[in-house]
Ligand binder design. Structure first.
Ligand code: GLN
Length: 272
């Protein structure tokens, strides 16, 4: 079987499984099996698919058809122009999160705290883009922090960040001029209607098992003690939560509270 034939088979298998991105996913799995970049596949279309890559590709196709995310099968994903290791212990970085990163990069900061750092994608990009900044990433999951550590090493910023197991503020000391978080914000009642892929991600990274707002209550409540004078708090939100979270920050004494929209024009970040 040639690479091209195997690709065609994969696309139809994934499409039959109801996957909208069947063609793109099959290409990414093939690239992974061949050990080449996805943009190099066209150079190999007529090659005979050898036994080793063939076994990897067909095993990955079956798992993808069961809706396991591509990032878990290939070990990571591109995010904000960099490669991040991803596994089932962390939230897969989402394009929406680039809104928060872009807003944060407009600021000047030296000390960053990322609450619920997961892959570390927010914190580590902020440090990579600001060579003089230092930061702390906390997460309640030690397994998540092992992934963040791998990413910190890969991005060359491990010497400027500490990764600490902490349930929100519990293990946090000191003050920061930028505090960021992309907390679990899906309400428990909305979990049943989500794409099957989310079933492979850590549930505690997605939902607070309540109304979707409880992490913001905790974050707003503790920020006063850890935000430097003139510091900024920035949180990602679900698109319907802008008003509620902005009001929460105002009630907690924040000033200059603003909402930013994502590329789809939906509320995505609240800051103050
Ligand atoms: N900070 C990580 C991200 O934005 C993890 C967020 C989470 O697990 N809720 O992807």
């Amino acid at each position: 079987m040639t690479v091209q034939e195997a690709l065609a088979f994969g696309v139809s298998q994934l499409a039959d499984a109801g996957i909208d991105s069947a063609a793109r996913d099959a290409r990414r799995l093939m690239a992974h099996a061949l050990g080449v970049g996805p943009d190099r596949i066209t150079l190999h279309l007529r090659d005979e698919l050898e036994a080793g890559p063939e076994a990897v590709y067909f095993a990955d196709l079956s798992e993808r058809a069961e809706r396991r995310p591509v990032s878990h099968l290939v070990g990571g994903r591109d995010f904000y122009g960099r490669w991040f290791s991803v596994n089932e212990d962390v939230l897969d970085p989402r394009p929406e999160t680039e809104t928060l990163i872009a807003a944060a990069l407009e600021l000047t900061f030296r000390d960053v705290l990322d609450l619920g750092t997961g892959t570390g994608c927010i914190l580590l990009i902020l440090l990579a883009e600001n060579p003089t900044a230092t930061g702390i990433g906390v997460d309640v999951s030690a397994a998540a922090l092992r992934v963040a550590k791998r990413n910190a090493d890969a991005l060359g910023v491990a010497d400027r960040c500490a990764l600490v197991v902490s349930d929100w503020w519990q293990g946090v000391a000191g003050q920061f001029d930028l505090i960021v978080s992309n907390p679990p914000y899906i309400a428990a009642a909305e979990m049943a209607g989500l794409a099957p892929e989310l079933g492979f991600e850590p549930r505690m990274a997605l939902t607070d098992e309540k109304d979707g707002l409880s992490a913001y209550r905790i974050i707003a409540g503790g920020a006063g003690a850890h935000l430097a004078p003139d510091g900024m708090l920035m949180v990602e939100i679900g698109h319907s939560q802008g008003g509620a979270v902005a009001a929460m920050l105002q009630d907690a004494g924040f000033v200059d509270v603003q909402i930013r929209t994502d590329l789809d024009g939906r509320d995505r970040v609240v800051m103050g």
